[in-house]
Each structure stands twice: as structure tokens, then as C-alpha cells.
Design a binder for this molecule. Sequence first.
Ligand SMILES: *Cc1c(COP(=O)(O)O)cnc(C)c1O
Length: 360
Amino acid sequence: MARVYNFSAGPSMLPEQVLQSAAADMLDYQGSGQSVMEMSHRSKTFQAIIDAAEANLRKVMNIPDNYKVLFLQGGASTQFAMVPLNLMTKNGKADYIITGQWAKKAFKEATRYGDAKAIASSEDKTFSYIPRVTKDMVRPDADYVHICMNNTIYGTLYHDLPDTGDVPLVADISSCIMSEPIDVTKFAMLYAGAQKNLAPAGVTIVIIREDFLGNAQEMTPTMLNYVTHADNGSMFNTPPCWCIYICKLVLDWILETGGLEKRREINVQKAELLYNFLDNSKLFRGTVVAEDRSLMNVPFVTGNEELDAKFVKEATAAGFVNLKGHRSVGGMRASIYNAMPVEGVEKLVAFMKKFEEENA
Ligand SMILES: *Cc1c(COP(=O)(O)O)cnc(C)c1O
């Protein structure tokens, strides 16, 4: 069996150990005589799985007791509406920092439900940096400031959080969740679609401080109210059982391999391999300013579209797949999430060196 190195931005690679456990459990999960895909979400067996997934998540991310952890559906994109519906409710205002397409979509959705304002943007330079935001740029009566912590398409990351004064911070962490430690107490709420670094597509993680629950706008649909899910242990309706089960296995793997400190160490190592090569290459270059570079998504170009296409084609044939950049920006992007081994990045760099020599 030949597994490729999959550099997809999402859905993306899962740890082999997780795939093997899932395969072994496929027909008979721990003597239950059925797959997790088939069993009732109201069964004791599944309750143990979702409880373990939540306990693992709390442990790995060091989530305090006054935060709820929810397993929802609808992807991060549904959060673009749920956040304002549930949190833009004291003064009906929220401030957004525009660092890419996801941040922009979140902002646009929020404008439907109240006075959402874009207070900074890096669109002037194709989102190749994180705009610096100071306290005086934030409306003091905004209900929250929304950021997209890691910009999957453009490859930028907040290495430091903006100072928003007393205004609570909400972050989309879809593509950096579990990549390094994060101080949950700095946020009113965090959310992440799981398919980048945590599980297959289909489950969205929400981590919300309890005092931000219970103030949803009157028109909020039941399913879009966080209280509905918080009060029902994420089982108001049928949850994405299979995804939650895989999520639990991925978190087991993170715990067994040293937690988020170790993840950061390995992720920095992988990212440096690639960035160091790009910085010294005569053919390739990274597209993001050095201080805001993502650990997870590394966009790069040759400066020549034909050569970019040739590179993607030859890389695919060599077993390095999904390196084509997002359709909106072109070029290349290597997404190197947790499950990408160091060896995969080393081999990619060796391949890029060879391509550079052949095409110089
Ligand atoms: C992928 C992604 C999304 C969209 O996630 P869906 O689950 O497809 O809705 C939103 N934000 C970020 C940062 C992402 O990387």
C-alpha cells in the first residue's frame, strides 16, 4: 500500500495510528458487535466516546471549567452566523479584523445581524501580513472583536494577540487548533471546523465561556443557539458520531505523543525546514512577511505560472499531492498539519531542490 504525502489544506492527513485503530474497530467496536457509524448516539457506548473526546480536548488545551465544549455541525462557516446571533447582543456591535477570505466571510455574515465593523484589513497586500491593531482602533462598546487566528489560504498566523482592551476576543482557530498551546482564558469563544487538524469533516468544535451563553438574539433558530447544545451535552439532535470518535482518537494520539508543547516543537521544526529553504531558494519564494508566517500553511510561488503548474504536476506524480494554491491566489501551498511527518517535509524540500536545479 502506497500512502502519499498529502499537503491538502483540508480535509487533510490523519495520523496513521488513528486510521489503523478506526479500521480495526470498523466491524466491531470494542465487543459491541457494531461500528461507531451504526450505533445509537443514546447508547452507553457512544456516551463514553463523546465524554472521552471532551475530556481529552479539555486536557490537551487546558480548558478551564467555566468554559463549555460543544461538538456541532455545519462547519466553521455556520459559526460565522452563530457568533453574532449569540454574542452580538449587548450593544449590537462587533469589530472584525480582515486577514483573509474566512475573516471576510465571517464579517459579511455578521453585518446581517447587527452593526459589524471591519476595523483593520491586510487586503491591500493580498493578505500577506497581519495588520497591527491597537486598543484605540477597537470600539469600546463592541460586544466582541473577531479574528481568524491562522489564515489557511494566505498562510499568516497571529503570533501575538491584538490588544482589545476590555472587549472580549472571539477567534476562528480552524486551521491552527492543536498546532501549539493556546491560552483559552484570553478568549470569550473559540471555534474550529475539525477537518484541518483534528478529525474528518463534519464536526465543529466550540469552546465558549459560560457567561457568554444565554443572550442570543430573539430570532435565533433553536439549532443555532449555543444554549441548546450546551444544555444537551451536544446531543440535542443526532451528533456527528463518527467524526467525534475519530476526534477522540486523534486527541489520544496527541496526548500519547507529548501534548501541544511537543506539537509546537515538531511544527516549528517542519515549518523552519520549508521557510529556510524558501528564503535561500533561487527559484521559489514564500509570499508572507517573515514575522507573520503560519506554522500550518506555507504558500509559495516561482513567479512564473507555467513553472508553478509544472511543479505541481511533477510533485503530484512523485507522491506529494494537493500542493496547488487556493483557487483565489494560485501558486503553491503546502499545508503541514500535525499528521504530516517531519520526513514528509524533508522529502518535499529535497524534491523542490531537485526541481530548482532542473529548472534554473
Ligand atoms: C476551512 C476554514 C473555514 C471553513 O470551514 P468549513 O468547515 O468548510 O465551514 C473557516 N475558517 C478557517 C480558518 C478555515 O481554515
